[in-house]
Design a protein. Structure first.
Length: 237
C-alpha cells in the first residue's frame, strides 16, 4: 500500500500488541520519521513489553526502508497507574463483566494518561502527530477507545499545551480481520507473519503455545478476538 508521505515526524503509542504494531507500520508508510512510546503500568501481560524490541528489530532488518525512518523508542514507568487500578489487567483475577456492563479489563483513564504523556513528550521533541491503535468496531466497550473521546482529547491537549496535536487512529473503524488485511496491504505476507509471531495480545500474558493466529492462552477475550479476526481474514483472502 502506498500512502502520501507527510513530511513531519510522528509518535506511535506502541505496546507490542497486534494493533499497535500495525499502526506503527501504518505510520512508517505515512510519516517522514517515527518515534515510539510504550508504558509499563505493571500490566498482567507485561510480556508484551518484551515483544516491542523484537518487532522493532525485525522491522529494521527485514524492511530497511521503514527501518531508516525509525527514531528513538521511549518506555515510561507508569507503575502508579497499576497501583490505583483494581482490574483484571493489573491484578491476577478472573476476567468478567462488572455491574455497569464494562469488562473488568478496563483500566480507567489509561488511554487518556497515555496520550497526555505522549503529547508532553511530543511537545518537547516537536512531534505533533500522535498515533494510537484504539478501535470502536470490535472493542470491549472501553469508553476511552471511542472516537468522540479521542477527538475531545485532541482538542484538550492542543489547547492545554498551546501546541496543535493531531491524534490518528487508523484502526478506529476496522475490525480485527480488516486489521490483518491492512498489515498485508502495507507489507505483504512477510509483515503479517512478523505481527503474527512477534506481537502479543493475550491478557494473561501467555506465550507458551503457538496457534495459527499467534501466541496466547487461546481462551481470554483478547485471544478470542484476535483468533476470530485472523480466521476471517484468511477466509476472505
Amino acid at each position: 500500500m502506498t500512502l502520501g508521505v507527510i513530511e513531519a515526524p510522528a509518535l506511535v503509542l506502541f505496546s507490542g500488541g497486534q494493533d499497535s504494531a500495525t499502526c506503527l507500520v501504518w505510520a512508517l508508510a505515512r510519516f517522514a520519521r517515527v518515534e515510539t512510546i510504550g508504558f509499563d503500568y505493571r500490566q498482567r501481560h507485561r510480556v508484551e513489553l518484551g515483544c516491542r524490541g523484537a518487532i522493532l528489530g525485525r522491522l529494521r532488518g527485514e524492511f530497511p526502508a521503514w527501518g531508516a525512518k525509525l527514531g528513538d523508542d521511549h518506555l515510561l514507568d507508569l507503575g502508579v497507574l497499576g497501583d490505583i487500578s483494581e482490574t483484571a489487567l493489573t491484578r491476577d483475577s478472573e476476567i468478567a463483566f462488572g455491574e455497569g456492563g464494562l469488562p473488568n479489563t478496563f483500566v480507567p483513564g489509561r488511554n487518556l494518561v497515555f496520550f497526555t504523556l505522549a503529547a508532553a513528550l511530543g511537545y518537547r521533541r516537536g512531534l505533533r502527530h500522535l498515533v494510537g491503535g484504539m478501535c470502536e468496531t470490535d472493542y470491549s466497550g472501553y469508553p476511552d477507545c471511542r472516537d468522540d473521546t479521542l477527538k475531545a482529547l485532541q482538542a484538550t491537549l492542543s489547547l492545554g499545551m498551546d501546541h496543535r496535536f493531531v491524534i490518528h487512529t487508523p484502526l478506529m473503524w476496522r475490525d480485527k480481520a480488516a486489521t490483518w488485511a491492512l498489515a498485508e496491504a502495507l507489507g505483504g505476507a512477510a509483515l503479517v507473519e512478523l505481527i503474527r509471531t512477534e506481537s502479543h495480545s493475550c491478557y494473561r500474558g501467555e506465550r507458551g503455545e503457538e496457534h495459527d493466529w499467534g501466541y496466547g492462552c487461546g481462551a481470554c477475550p483478547a485471544c478470542d478476538l484476535r483468533a476470530q479476526g485472523y480466521r476471517r481474514y484468511i477466509a476472505n483472502r
